[in-house]
Design a protein around this ligand. Structure first.
Ligand code: TPP
Ligand code: MG
Length: 566
């Protein structure tokens, strides 16, 4: 694993996976390469920590848990790993099945009959690219290298290895040789056909209202500067859409967020974005040109897909954008340049208006009592250094977080990439392990915060000195079971009577106490004026080495609905 690029093994104890502890300890004693074993007291958090590490490092991460039950406890993190295309090596032991006394590692406890499902890999097969149960005749080093090669190759994604205790305890004769992941090789990003790149460049140059729609292209940090270069050459606006989970373009740039909606664009450049708009209502007009760039342009991980494109480019955004830029440079005429200059001026003007408007709205929000969620996002944005990493699980308040975080550097903004709530605490811990020099801040809804079982993440963060700041949007409710419910049944009984049981958890837990339980810093803030200093206290605690939680106490979503009305 270590030779394949795995720095940390996020580990949750089990009797049959003692071989990991024994072999890491042995490797440490002998000075052999081994991943660092990281104790995480919950499997879901361990997996999310691995996701957090790999999204920052770009290298694979690995987990190890106990038999079928540990695998089941990975829970919806498996969905996140799959949908977010994280290259993780997910492992688990399997209960031993060799007859007692017949070989090393054989059954020696009644519980081991209980631990054997019909097919352990079946639990997560549809969330992995490949899964394997280690067999006696396998070369374990080759199997690990091969699984890492598959995980790291496009389209990236999780792989699963289950390891019977007997197989882990076989003594191998003499020297064992195996190829590393790099010796097997991971393919470099491919380039588009130059004729296609030229065609796209021509469409973009001649367009009246072109726009780039991004969501995930920033997973490759180099793509950000490439996209800036292309956007600046042609004055192309860049819009993140609903499923954004990376910093794809500096949000402070005049061309960011200033573009048309897809239905109004005449040329759409869609970059690594599986669902850029809701068809057909939000879809572009019949005469528009759609260029769709993705390593897997038909989105084979999605069952139904009704999108069409005029040109599918089966390459990553980074090479596509570079090739389109280089083609465009040679094509621009004087009249093209005049139109592009005009558009540049318009976009810059629009950006100034947008910034002024969001500043005005923030100042208004700051005066409201009870506290406005927009104000929380605004004050949070102000404490972020340029390299601070924001993990966004703020859900109904995510739009506010995106408006005010002002991230401009690659790898400083992340969503989970899936739709399962509860990724944030584990992922923040993993991110901090991968980049200790940067502040890591989790902005989260209170519901999703609880879904993520934060206590194990906080314990590991405190123990391994990888602390992060959590800012909880404590609206004591789920938007799904409140405003969402009202949208579904606008004239229903719930909307009429205001009986939102199932959508509220009010009064809420005292989230700050979770931080205190691991000697971290916790605080609940109710007054808008008190927020800035509270966030600062939280960040100071984190910089001194302790996890911190600032719970911003907000109206419930039900209360918010009536506030908006008044
Ligand atoms: C594991 C999981 N369970 C349930 C859901 C369904 N769900 C989507 S949004 C949401 C509400 C989240 O509440 P909260 O984090 O408090 O954010 P808010 O709606 O208040 O902004 C729920 C329950 C989900 N996405 N993931
Ligand atoms: Mg909530």
């Amino acid at each position: 694993m270590k030779l394949g690029g795995v720095e940390h093994l996020f580990f949750v104890s089990g009797s049959e996976i003692g071989f990991y502890q024994e072999s890491v300890a042995k490797a440490q004693e002998r000075g052999w390469p081994a991943p660092r074993l990281i104790t995480v007291p919950h499997e879901g958090v361990a997996l999310n920590a691995a996701l957090g590490e790999t999204m920052i490092s770009g290298q694979p991460a690995a987990t190890a848990v106990h038999v079928d039950v540990g695998t089941l406890n990975y829970g919806a993190g498996l969905h996140t790993a799959w949908r977010g295309a994280y290259p993780v090596l997910i492992t688990a032991g399997t209960g031993p099945r060799a007859y007692s006394g017949s070989m090393a590692g054989a059954r020696n406890r009644p519980v081991q009959w209980v631990q054997e499902p019909r097919d352990q890999g079946e639990i997560l097969r549809q969330y992995t690219k490949l899964d394997h149960r280690l067999e006696h005749q396998d070369n374990p080093g080759l199997i690990v290298s091969r699984l890492l090669q598959v995980a790291m190759s496009e389209p990236k994604g999780p792989v699963y290895l289950s390891i019977p205790r007997e197989s882990a305890m076989i003594s191998l004769p003499g020297k064992t040789r195996f190829p590393t992941r790099d010796e097997l090789g991971v393919a470099r990003p491919v380039w588009p056909d130059p004729a296609d790149a030229r065609r796209v460049a021509e469409w973009l140059i001649k367009a009246n209202n072109p726009c780039v729609y991004t969501a995930k292209s920033g997973r490759n940090p180099e793509s950000v500067a490439e996209l800036v270069r292309l956007a600046e050459l042609l004055a192309l606006p860049v819009m993140d859409t609903d499923r954004v989970d990376r910093l794809n373009f500096p949000t402070t740039h005049p061309f960011y967020g200033t573009g048309p909606e897809p239905r109004d664009a005449d040329v759409l450049l869609i970059l690594e974005n599986p669902v850029p708009f809701m068809p057909p209502q939000e879809g572009p007009g019949i005469d528009s040109k759609i260029v769709w760039v993705d390593v897997d342009p038909v989105q084979s991980r999605y069952k139904t897909m009704e999108y069409h494109a005029d040109l599918w480019l089966a390459v990553p955004a980074v090479t596509a954008v570079r090739a389109i830029h280089d083609a465009a440079e040679g094509l621009l005429t004087q009249s093209d340049l005049r139109r592009i200059t005009d558009r540049r001026t318009r976009l810059e003007e629009r950006k100034r208006e947008m910034i002024a408007e969001s500043e005005k709205l923030a100042q208004q929000a700051g005066k409201r009592r009870p506290m406005h969620p927009r104000w929380v996002a605004y004050e949070l944005g102000k404490i972020l250094e340029p390299d601070a990493i924001v993990l966004d699980e703020a859900l109904s308040n995510s739009g506010h977080v995106q408006t005010y975080h002002r991230r401009a550097e690659p790898n400083t903004y992340f969503g989970s990439g899936g739709s399962s709530g509860g990724w944030g605490s584990g992922a923040a811990f993993g991110a901090k392990l991968a980049r200790p020099q940067s502040d890591v801040v989790l902005a989260t809804g209170d519901g999703f915060f609880m879904f993520g079982t934060p206590l194990p993440a906080l314990w590991s963060a405190a123990h391994y000195k990888a602390p992060f700041l959590t800012v909880v949007f404590t609206n004591r409710s789920y938007s799904t079971g409140t405003s969402g419910l009202k949208r579904t049944y606008p004239n229903g009984v719930v909307a009429r009577t205001g009986n939102y049981e199932g959508g509220l958890f009010d009064p809420p837990p005292d989230f700050g106490k979770l931080a205190e339980s691991v000697n971290g810093y916790g605080e609940t803030v109710r007054e808008p004026e008190a927020l800035a200093e509270a966030l600062r206290r939280g960040l100071d605690a984190v910089r001194k080495g302790s996890p911190a939680i600032i719970s911003a106490y907000l109206p419930t979503v039900v209360e918010e609905m009536s506030l908006v009305k008044s």
